[in-house]
Design a binder for this molecule. Sequence first.
Ligand SMILES: *[C@@H]1O[C@H](CO)[C@@H](O)[C@H](O)[C@H]1NC(C)=O
Ligand SMILES: *[C@@H]1O[C@H](CO)[C@@H](O)[C@H](O)[C@H]1NC(C)=O
Ligand SMILES: *[C@@H]1O[C@H](CO)[C@@H](O)[C@H](O)[C@H]1NC(C)=O
Ligand SMILES: *[C@@H]1O[C@H](CO)[C@@H](O)[C@H](O)[C@H]1NC(C)=O
Ligand SMILES: *[C@@H]1O[C@H](CO)[C@@H](O)[C@H](O)[C@H]1NC(C)=O
Ligand SMILES: *[C@@H]1O[C@H](CO)[C@@H](O)[C@H](O)[C@H]1NC(C)=O
Length: 792
Amino acid sequence: MATPLIILVPLIFGSSFTSSTSDSLSEGSSLSVETMDDVLTSPSGTFTAGFYSIGQNAYCFAIWFSKPFCTDCPVVWMANRDQPVNGRGSKLSLIQSGNLVLSDAGYLIVWSSNTVSASSTSLKLDDNGNLILGNSDGHVLWQSFDAPTDTLLPLQLLTKITKLVSSRSQTNFSSGFFKLYFDTDNVLRLLYEDPEVSSVYWPEPYLLSWEAGRSTYNNSRIAVLDALGNFSSTDDFTFLSADYGLKLQRRLKIDFDGNLRLYSRAEGEENWLVSWEAMSDPCMIHGSCGPNSLCSYVPASGRKCSCIPGYKMKDNTDRSLGCEPEFNLSCNQSEAGFMKLTHVEFYGYDYGFYQNYTLDMCKNLCLQICDCKGFQFKFITAHGPSGIYCYPKTQLLNGHRSVNFNGDIYLKLPKVSLDYHSNPVPDYKLECSTQVVEQLERMYPNSNENPSLRFVIWAACAIGGIELFSILFVWCFLIRAHDNSAAAHNYMLAASGFRKFTYSELKKATNGFKEEIGGGAEGIVYKGILSDRRVAAIKRLIDANQGEAEFLAEVSTIGKLNHMNLIDIWGYCAEGKHWLLVYEYMENGSLAKNLSSKTLDWKKRFNIAVGTAKGLAYLHEECLEWVLHCDIKPQNILLDSNFQPKVSDFGMSRLLKRGHLKNLGFSRMRGTRGYMAPEWVHSHPISSKVDVYSFGIVLLEMITGRNPAMGVEETDYASEKGQRTLVTWVREQMKGNEEGSRWMREIIDPILDGKYDPDEMLIMIRVALQCVQEDKDARPTMGQVIQMLLHD
Ligand SMILES: *[C@@H]1O[C@H](CO)[C@@H](O)[C@H](O)[C@H]1NC(C)=O
Ligand SMILES: *[C@@H]1O[C@H](CO)[C@@H](O)[C@H](O)[C@H]1NC(C)=O
Ligand SMILES: *[C@@H]1O[C@H](CO)[C@@H](O)[C@H](O)[C@H]1NC(C)=O
Ligand SMILES: *[C@@H]1O[C@H](CO)[C@@H](O)[C@H](O)[C@H]1NC(C)=O
Ligand SMILES: *[C@@H]1O[C@H](CO)[C@@H](O)[C@H](O)[C@H]1NC(C)=O
Ligand SMILES: *[C@@H]1O[C@H](CO)[C@@H](O)[C@H](O)[C@H]1NC(C)=O
């Protein structure tokens, strides 16, 4: 410990004379890894470029967001992600020939811009986050925007020659296996590619490009995100961020888990919100669990991977490597047998597909193929001719288990081990953060120690003692901050995504609280137009004193959430007795209003069901703050101009940390009669399944058009309690009538006039009835609900 300290002294001591934060690097000068403030800053201070600590003694030259806060400074670009440099002697130098060179520990060149220039050059960081090497006649020789790592910033073009590559894990910044790129057919895709296999998972691989809404005609292959949150690509793929509009900062990043997410951060805030993501079901991301394993997704507890029977985890420290066989299988057909796993799908890597094969034929086929690892056996009705299909598999990749997948996999295992493996091995959970610290061997050049250097060291020691202490203190502090930021890097969706408004501002916006657009027990909602011309819904709490607790609960909960199917909150006001909340305005009002006014056809209803489920799943989702809504009802599902649903009113919900379910201290019942799960009445423990129950009731209401709180008019049932009535009534109608569809006509909302998709209707009824089961454990999770609605 003593030696490195002494070595540091002259360096730090020296640094206080020579370097300072600056906005450009001129020819012949360099930035040193040893000097904390040897960095380039963009004119407004938004971005900083410098050496970024990625572990013990390991640094990368990077660009990161540095304003307004840097407790979690997201890296947007790295020069040497795959080859970190040592913490001493390394530097980035702009040499006389015009080449920008990054050297490790003084001698080894790990990266360079490969540029030459006759005229003088300089390196600048601009306010878009682009590091530009230009020469004196304004020519750009090199820029970081042309060589992205895993992040695309607004106005940075993704082109035919660039791609985004994920990092290896949350803490390992080196190149990972997921890529966003333009394929040779001009379509923008997400790809999993490890040294052995590669497969595309977005857009959905079983769809043709045009079926996925992509065009293959424009070969200019350019995609760009604008500052407002509009992403557009030349293959016709576009999306608008859920918080479209002027935000301070945005970044589109391919995360280490293979999902592509848009993050945004509003002015003055510390935390980043996810305002769009490509994949809603993480198990559909190929490669996410590695080979020979199964992914299953439980929103409340996260994505889980498990080795299939007969296989074991390849590397306990890197679960993405998946599993490997515990057996050796010879080619002798009489030594192999099969084990059936139901509702399991492995995508891709088929030896071929065989229609109308019986199970025995398929088994024989797999036995004959030496490297057949098993086969998929499923009955297909949609997509092409129906029938039984047999798919022998040469590799078992992209496996996932879903109760709704109508097919089975038969694993080929040695006969001797078939009994032994009758129970599948337990799940292993993918950690949200895997703490692995990069550590570089120290390999500094030997400096020939000489007496004068010794003298400088000791002199510095004497003079700079106090300075050293304070600098080391700050330094350790900064390193700590870096460590924290690594752990919290993704999924930080927290803290006050809104601003404070003054009462007079809101009074003006609503024209003196004139236009009332809704109301509830807690307060009245008015339409208003903010000074930046955004139309807002402004909720004014009726009784400030009584509403205060709810108000604060609502503010702290919804301020932390951001999803396209959750209502966005823009701000609040708390002045004396005035307590107000400012939401985005939803053109089409609530689902309740629309159900009674007959505007919703079947397509819209189904879409609303899916969107609402997505919003709720997000509330319950892995790695996010875990939140119960507790008051799902049509009044709280709002519709935008395209009838896209957004869940609103989290006033009664309570912020929960995952895993603390048992200690729930709900002080009083929450919810609305007709929609409340039986747990409330029986004082059973409350879990996310209360939201599932209420959601099921809402589905039944959308299907039947009947208000669950009113009961069903048929006399037999009217005496029972409301919610039970609607559920029981639907169940009774279904029972005994399973053949045919007459019962469906009985229960379906007459407003639909018989115009609906019978398959979707059946799925929705089935899902609804599963959601409203008395036993909370028998109800599906919201994630499973989405799967059932979309993939059945
Ligand atoms: C392709 O896209 C680019 C950029 O949007 C556009 O300028 C160009 O006209 C398009 N080409 C064709 C053939 O549509
Ligand atoms: C988003 O950008 C595309 C391409 O520039 C444009 O055609 C589209 O109108 C934009 N959408 C919005 C809502 O601004
Ligand atoms: C499989 O074969 C390899 C070499 O042929 C041997 O080292 C290994 O122990 C065998 N594994 C099992 C489970 O028999
Ligand atoms: C295949 O295995 C069976 C049973 O273990 C054995 O009787 C037979 O001789 C083997 N066949 C070959 C070709 O090795
Ligand atoms: C498979 O069976 C179905 C139904 O019996 C039939 O329509 C189809 O033509 C068969 N396909 C083949 C390839 O035999
Ligand atoms: C980071 O990932 C790379 C590539 O897989 C690997 O070589 C390196 O050892 C990893 N670093 C750590 C600290 O695990």
